[in-house]
Write a protein that binds this ligand. Structure first.
Ligand SMILES: Cc1cc2nc3c(=O)[nH]c(=O)nc-3n(C[C@H](O)[C@H](O)[C@H](O)COP(=O)(O)O)c2cc1C
Length: 287
């Protein structure tokens, strides 16, 4: 069987507490229950509330069905804290390049942001991503210097460095044991064989997973009333030195995160008819 066909194993993907995760409690996901109980149904309506109000609703309180179910992706903040719906977040996100340097993002908001971000899919659920959230002023200045002095790096509340683990397949056994030891026994050697010795594939996957997570993070941030700018304009070697990123992890992207003080520059897009085709690369355009 081809390794990728096991992505759809009948037991479903496991939910895993990685070594960096905040929660110890994990259970295999039951998709029916998750779908029924974990929709952020109250997010719409445009009635933004203070994020501070949310502290009155700890994640285990009655409003939170996900917390009751014990799954590890329960919302940290009450659903109405989300400021906008996904389609609005997608339309309104832009690369913001100036920030209020005094704005502090509280930890409840950060946890919600990262709970949402960690729902990102990854190949074999290997979750290659690791996030370094730089809020220390001196470290931010060091990152700015490593980023050709781009001013938003110094101003943002947090510079998020999304890293990708190259040998994420080493985690396969730990991850897939959540789906049962028999599944892990089948999956682990298969995943190992798929990636072992193939350095370019390992790098592709680290960057692919990290990039998907970066996009989730940016949209989640937008939905929480924060602004972002994705960045690759930095010296990865220097950033790795400054932040102690080990050699077996690649810095995938930097994301400035904070309260914007000016709107993103308007950015156009190529016409849909040029970039979307039916059936074959040279097929009929969608226009
Ligand atoms: C991979 C990547 C790298 C980027 N690097 C930088 C960067 O180093 N500095 C910067 O100011 N913007 C950077 N950007 C932002 C882009 O310039 C911006 O996304 C693009 O112009 C489209 O604008 P929008 O994000 O406002 O829609 C980067 C974006 C991506 C996706």
């Amino acid at each position: 069987m081809a390794p990728w066909s096991l992505h759809d194993d009948a037991l479903g993907s496991p939910r895993v507490t990685a070594s960096w995760s905040r929660r110890a409690e994990t259970k295999p996901a039951r998709r029916d229950e998750v779908a029924a109980s974990c929709v952020h149904g109250g997010a719409s309506g445009g009635t933004a509330r203070s994020l501070d109000d949310a502290r009155a609703f700890p994640s285990g309180s009655a409003w939170n069905p996900c917390a009751r179910s014990g799954y590890n992706h329960a919302p940290v903040l009450p659903p109405e804290t989300l400021i906008m719906e996904l389609s609005q977040a997608i339309r309104e996100r832009g690369s913001v390049k100036s920030y209020d340097p005094d704005h502090v993002i509280d930890e409840a908001t950060l946890r919600e942001l990262m709970e949402l971000t960690l729902r990102t899919p990854s190949s074999f659920n290997l979750q290659h991503w690791r996030f370094v959230m730089v809020r220390d002023a001196e470290l931010k200045q060091a990152l700015k210097a490593a980023s050709w002095h781009q001013s938003h790096v110094g101003e943002a509340s947090i510079d998020v460095i999304v890293c990708g683990k190259l040998a994420a397949h080493d985690d396969a056994e730990r991850i897939w044991t959540e789906a049962g030891e028999d599944v892990a026994a089948k999956m682990t050697p298969m995943i190992g064989g798929f990636y072992a010795g193939n350095e370019s594939l390992q790098r592709d996957e680290a960057i692919r997973s990290g990039s998907l997570a970066a996009m989730t993070l940016m949209l989640a941030a937008q939905s929480l009333g924060l602004n972002t700018c994705p960045m690759i304009g930095f010296d990865p070697k220097r950033v790795s030195e400054v932040l102690n990123i080990p050699a077996d992890h690649v810095p995938v992207m930097m994301i400035t995160l904070g309260k914007g003080t000016s709107a993103a520059r308007p950015s156009g897009r190529l016409p849909m008819s040029e970039v979307v085709r039916f059936d074959t690369f040279d097929g009929a355009p969608l226009s």
